[in-house]
Design a protein around this ligand. Structure first.
Ligand code: GLN
Length: 238
């Protein structure tokens, strides 16, 4: 049986608003297509070769959680950056999305060094960007929920994940949501993101399968309930 290896980055410190559900969605969608998944966590201080993973997931956390793992993340910089450049699929939500940028300056003016996978910078604010979000990406639409006070600005040349149709996204001003570089995706959307957005979930799986096995053969599954849930979520007030 073909196996996809999924690594979960700092699940104790970085896992809010149901982010762990993204892993369940990936595992189930693989299993329903006859693939196996191999799940492991990556904890601070633990050595791990990220190029061994097919998909790496990292969720959101409070500023405190981000401060707790920041040193360990930067210690892994070369390893993570080279896996990302090599096409390993990364999905990073909120807190870890911020730390895959160049740096995060918290509202208490603490500077947290980021990995620089995304050419972006986040600054803490006194405003809370909270509520339902709808995003139009290229070939997919996303519905989700955001709750952050950090505002992210992409540098020129850095691609966004999509345009905000409802909600705030990266900063509530420029209309961009998330970032994408190679197969590395950053987003502010919690919710969990992937159970509500099966087209995007399959896009991540296809990228991972193509990279590992040279092709992907994901048979259709009945996503009608997820699509209905997304339609309802889209109509909710912000
Ligand atoms: N602490 C960060 C912020 O508020 C990230 C929050 C989150 O991951 N939801 O901007």
């Amino acid at each position: 049986m073909k196996t996809i290896k999924i690594a979960h980055l700092y699940p104790r410190q970085m896992n809010i608003y149901g982010d762990w559900g993204n892993i369940v969605a990936l595992q189930k969608r693989l299993e329903w297509r006859g693939y196996k998944s191999d799940y492991r966590t990556v904890l601070p201080g633990e050595p791990y070769d990220f190029s061994d993973a097919d998909i790496v997931f990292g969720g959101g956390g409070q500023d405190k959680g981000q401060l707790d793992i920041a040193k360990d993340l930067v210690r892994n910089r070369e390893n993570i950056v080279s896996a990302s450049r090599d096409g390993v699929v990364f999905l990073l939500v909120c807190g870890l999305y911020q730390l895959f940028g160049n740096r995060f300056i918290t509202s208490k003016e603490e500077e947290i060094e980021g990995l620089g996978v995304f050419n972006a910078e986040t600054t803490g604010s006194s405003e809370r960007l909270i509520g339902n979000v709808v995003v139009q990406g290229s070939g997919f639409e996303l519905v989700g929920f955001e709750n952050h006070s950090g505002k992210t600005r992409l540098s020129p040349g850095q691609s966004a994940l999509g345009r905000v149709m409802k909600g705030y996204g990266n900063n509530g001003q420029d209309g961009f949501e998330g970032a994408v570089t190679d197969n590395t995706f950053g987003t502010y959307l919690h919710g969990s993101l992937l159970p509500k957005n099966p087209v995007f979930a399959d896009m991540l799986l296809e990228r991972a399968l193509e990279r590992k096995f040279g092709s992907s053969d994901l048979v259709d599954i009945d996503d009608s309930i997820a699509f209905k849930a997304a339609e309802v979520a889209k109509e909710r007030p912000q």
